[in-house]
Design a protein around this ligand. Structure first.
Ligand SMILES: C[S@@+](CC[C@H](N)C(=O)[O-])C[C@H]1O[C@@H](n2cnc3c(N)ncnc32)[C@H](O)[C@@H]1O
Length: 429
């Protein structure tokens, strides 16, 4: 999978600094559990970003190719060198930078990491890697075993395509704010700005041929458009609240689905909750940018303390989950999440679902969704809820991509347009 090819003249005078930035950021993921969202601002060039994301995307297979070349395990205090080797191996296997330049810049990074004594070691390992046969790893080997095994067990026919999809780059998808501009007019504005796009899966979506910086999107600051994965765009058509209806979004931040619903029906009487203060602040900022009205509360949806007792016609529960459907955008989740996250997540999802169910009026609809690929967070949660809730029914529906499940619908990154999302639509007797 050859990728980034920076023109030689575009490389900064000290290319080792980009390797240092990528290795240090990778160490923050490996050792401190930090996410790429928290780290990208510390990367000064696109190449440093490419090396970080690529090293994370291929971490497990890069580690497999390096481990046989180490005579002994790397000490805990030298994990920065391990991360530098991963960054070096990524360049040799996946980037079209000449091998000698990649090795030279990576070895030079040892001094910048404060470990000049490691130059010979890093040079030796990377030269051995360079001399050896180019490994051909399949997509499954770029995942932790538990992840690949579970995907194969749960979606045997789609597994290879899903795992391959996880290794690809997600397209940049936009949701046009139809209260401000028609999607076709916005498509023309993009084209005039030299940004080509194609239609997405729902009317308001445009998928860009090439990703661009957010600030270059016409009218972004004025709220004409938002960035949102195409698979996240089905809440309005599934929940389909009547205009003027009372809507609860129980886990709302950063607000993609809430604002999409409000763009279809600006006079919804919307209440939006989120438990995380910083995310609530962001939600309020986004409502301001887009010009939407909602009652935004910092509250825990597993309780009803925030509720004034007036029932909702429609409830959206976009539950916190492993994010296993979003590895294309967040490859660090392969390192940060494990199989043992599934049970506690499922417990929290079940608690959220049974709590917000009380706020739904009879005849109302609840849309449950996650960005997970795993049944434990999806169908299994709904299955248990239906078994324990006499007045709940699941409705069947069909989406234009993905696959039907027992109680809902699963989108997967096997379709290049979408991340992995799960939707289930419940109605109350
Ligand atoms: C998957 S995100 C929601 C994405 C959002 N619906 C969108 O479309 O942009 C899940 C959100 O749930 C919030 N959350 C987690 N536990 C919660 C709880 N007990 N009550 C309310 N919000 C919660 C998280 O802070 C996070 O912002």
């Amino acid at each position: 999978m050859p990728t980034y090819l920076p023109p030689a003249a575009a490389l900064p005078a000290h290319p080792e600094h980009q390797r240092v930035e990528a290795a240090r950021a990778l160490l923050q993921v490996v050792a401190k559990g930090r996410t790429t969202d928290q780290l990208v601002s510390g990367l000064s060039t696109p190449l440093a970003g490419e090396m970080l994301f690529g090293a994370l995307r291929h971490y497990y297979s890069l580690a497999q190719s390096l481990e046989p070349l180490l005579s002994r395990p790397i000490r805990d205090r030298d994990q920065d060198l391990w991360c530098l080797l991963i960054v070096g191996a990524y360049q040799l296997h996946y980037l079209r930078i000449p091998d000698h330049a990649a090795v030279h810049a990576t070895v030079s990074a040892c001094a910048a990491l404060g470990k000049p004594w490691a130059r010979g070691f890093v040079n030796g390992v990377l030269r051995s890697l360079q001399r050896g046969p180019k490994p051909s790893f399949d997509a499954a080997q770029a995942h932790p075993d538990w992840f690949a095994d579970l995907i194969r067990a749960e979606m045997p026919r789609q597994a290879d395509a899903v795992l391959q999809g996880n290794q690809s780059r997600a397209p940049m998808s936009l949701r046009v704010n139809t209260t401000r501009i028609d999607p076709a007019d916005y498509g023309r504005a993009l084209s005039e700005a030299g940004i080509e796009s194609q239609a997405g899966l729902v009317a308001e979506q445009l998928i860009l041929d090439q990703p661009v910086a957010r600030h270059t999107l016409p009218g972004y600051a004025d709220g004409l458009v938002s960035i949102q994965d195409a698979g996240a765009g089905f809440a309005p058509q599934l929940l389909a609240p009547q205009c003027g209806a009372r809507l609860l979004d129980a886990c709302a931040a950063p607000g993609g689905k809430l604002f999409h619903l409000l763009e279809r029906c600006p006079d919804l009487d919307a209440v939006a909750l989120d438990v995380a203060p910083a995310r609530v602040a962001h939600l309020r900022d986004e409502a301001g940018r887009l010009g939407h009205r909602a009652s935004i509360l910092e509250a825990d949806a597993t309780t009803l303390e925030w509720w004034d007792g007036t029932p909702f016609h429609a409830v959206l529960l976009d539950a916190p989950c492993t994010g296993s459907g979003t590895l294309r955008r967040h490859p660090e989740m392969k390192l940060l999440r494990g199989a043992d996250d599934l049970a506690p997540n499922a417990e929290r999802q079940a608690k959220l679902l049974s709590s917000v169910w009380h706020t739904l009026r009879p005849g109302g609809k609840l849309l449950y969704c996650t960005c997970s690929l795993f049944s434990a967070e999806n169908d299994a949660v709904i299955e248990e809820f239906l078994a324990n809730t006499a007045d709940a029914r699941a409705s069947a529906f069909v989406l234009p991509a993905g696959l039907s499940t027992r109680h809902g619908w699963q989108l997967t990154p096997a379709d290049w347009r979408t991340d992995g999302f799960y939707y289930a639509l419940l109605s109350k007797d």
